[in-house]
Ligand binder design. Sequence first.
Ligand SMILES: Nc1ncnc2c1ncn2[C@@H]1O[C@H](COP(=O)(O)OP(=O)(O)OC[C@H]2O[C@@H]([n+]3cccc(C(=O)O)c3)[C@H](O)[C@@H]2O)[C@@H](O)[C@H]1O
Ligand SMILES: Nc1ncnc2c1ncn2[C@@H]1O[C@H](COP(=O)(O)OP(=O)(O)OP(=O)(O)O)[C@@H](O)[C@H]1O
Ligand SMILES: [Mg+2]
Length: 276
Amino acid sequence: MFTQKMIVNAMKVDPKANLEVELRKRIDFIKNMLENTGMKHLVLGISGGVDSLTAGRLCQLAVNELNYEVGVGHEFIAVRLPYGNQLDEDDAQTAIKVIEPTRVVKVDIAAAVIAAEQDVIEALNASGINANNPEKNDFVKGNIKARTRMVIQYTIANQVNGLVVGTDHSAEATMGFYTKFGDGACDLAPLFGLNKRQVRGLAKMLGAPEQLYGKPATADLEELAPQALDEDRLGVTYDELDDFLEGKTVNENTAMRIKNQYVLTEHKRAPIPTPA
Ligand SMILES: Nc1ncnc2c1ncn2[C@@H]1O[C@H](COP(=O)(O)OP(=O)(O)OC[C@H]2O[C@@H]([n+]3cccc(C(=O)O)c3)[C@H](O)[C@@H]2O)[C@@H](O)[C@H]1O
Ligand SMILES: Nc1ncnc2c1ncn2[C@@H]1O[C@H](COP(=O)(O)OP(=O)(O)OP(=O)(O)O)[C@@H](O)[C@H]1O
Ligand SMILES: [Mg+2]
């Protein structure tokens, strides 16, 4: 069993972090990734949530600095990936205004997601595997959405010879609250080492309005529960998770829930098992 201390050490959250220092460190990290790989483009989906706003603005600041310091041609491509009409589209547009990305590319994922979902359900039913549970299908379809967004971001990265940026931070990583090889797939994860309140703090420093830096987190993947709050799904609040990751004492049931979820999702953070 993992102890709180083991999880805190692995998730690398500094409770005394100075956000000015964190900001500089993360912009430099992104710049170094571009310099070391020889690539000039960064690609990231912008949802309307605080994580992608923060990571997106860090990317833009990194390419702006590189364009000034080492030469032009560095770009941040913000990708809008709605599933049909997005309920919080206004927030996504506000995020884009804050980020001021080099470019915005929009791809509606609905057709691709529906095609994959329907074809698989049909094939499973034809093979004798019952795939007609509406709740399960809705949950599984949520993961298809996250993985379709991954496919599109990598398609753009392939086209422009760029890197895909991830938005995973330490609160999300602890709970494994992401789709394996979906939004969990990326070439760099500049928010890792921050808990959720630190991500919100960075967003505020970067000029986000309160409506975005204080916005309740939603994966927004379920059609049977649009805009469902992460906290309802996780069974713990981000404040509790953040406190846990800062080494503070939290309610015993909460601590147990976090530790259990950390164990259950260890496979998402670990290298792929091989026989040798
Ligand atoms: N012990 C183990 N060792 C190795 N592999 C293991 C495994 N257990 C499951 N697996 C594999 O992992 C799969 C399950 O993982 P996965 O496919 O990720 O699916 P799962 O973890 O069941 O679902 C993803 C969760 O993340 C949430 N999410 C997703 C995307 C974005 C956000 C957000 O906050 O924006 C949140 C989503 O709401 C849902 O609760 C299994 O089907 C299996 O292939
Ligand atoms: N509709 C969307 N358009 C573009 N990218 C998306 C969309 N939905 C999800 N993503 C991508 O998947 C990532 C994971 O979603 P997640 O909900 O964890 O982050 P967020 O929406 O940025 O912030 P929050 O967790 O506070 O809602 C996003 O950061 C973004 O890169
Ligand atoms: Mg979100």
